[in-house]
Design a protein around this ligand. Sequence first.
Ligand code: CP3
Length: 356
Amino acid sequence: MTTPLLVQALQRQPVNRPPVWLMRQAGRYLPEYQAIRAHFTDFIEFCLTPDAATEVTIQPVARFDLDAAIIFADILTIPHALGLEVAFTKGHGPRVETFHSASQLADMQLHLAAIPTVLDPVSQTVRQVRAALPDDKAVIGFSGGPFTLACYMMDKKPSEGIPNTLKMAEEDPQTFKALLNLLTEACTTYLRQQINAGANAVQVFESWALACPSYLWEIAVEGPLLTIGRNVHATHPATPVILFPRGANQNQLKALTEKSANTFNGLSLGTDANLAWAVQHLQPQVAIQGNLDPLLTEGPGIPLQQALTTMLNTAAIHPGYVVNLGHGLTPQTRPENVQRIVETVKAWQNPQGSVA
Ligand code: CP3
């Protein structure tokens, strides 16, 4: 059994080159994805159909020879499993049934026990993908972060602000905390389930950490993420955990890193983060993943290649680096640019010697 390159890098073992995978590597920029997508009107149903999900999970790995497959699903499978209606309407993005009061918590608490059953199709996808790929390719499971899920449950478009989430945090902090606790438990259960099915690493997407005001950071973002990491590590110590607190500032990244022992292995950085700073202040303790600007994948390849080479020369010369973007690939990504990223990483030579 070969340990996947991604797992070696996340455990900060010396490797000949860094592994590469890309957030949203399965998606609308690929015509072969669109062909399968066309069979489903309901996006959640697509996510919960193991054969279709397996196929689109494998598509980018087969096409580009990436080092890992991230299971095709969505962070909003958790609100769905908790009994809230989740709809994806064309042009509007996702819409989640609104969470507005403590009275809904009891019902969601009842649904918590059903997560392993409702989300069993995702475990089935993990098993199928693991069986289909060679040992050296990693299979990555994931969940949303509790704060990001809470934002989608209270505010329709977090990209346009999160007034309802902030109102709940300020006016009814007990309910807000109870909701985060419930989501933390749901994420932990779901991630363990994916690891039990064969996932080699897991990532928690806290994409709307970006919108979290600093006075709420510890209770809304840091605390829940560390609890998930600690709980998953307690039962599955050999499986690396990656946290993606998009938009976290340097103090917040540093504080997370100082609490990483027995909790998480890697931090995925948003496009906004300074990679050279992260290498100096975080990488000695945790693995770093990121953080190429996804917009570069929409344009001609030369600027992309230059930015990627700079990233490699900055971060890949030390142990504990994973090539990725600062956010997901977009529907406008040119597939040939993904090919270029993979080829550039594979051709890169560590100027400091044969192993990092
Ligand atoms: O990375 C991967 O390839 C694995 C699959 C994956 C999807 N969503 C598939 C998807 C993952 C890891 C996600 C995570 C996700 N989903 C996040 C966190 C990362 C991030 O991008 O910030 C968030 C916030 C969501 C919620 C969500 N799901 C949004 C905002 C949207 C897109 C709305 C839009 O129309 O652009 C989705 C839908 C979605 N999830 C698609 C895919 C491939 C596109 C839907 C389609 O094909 O119609």
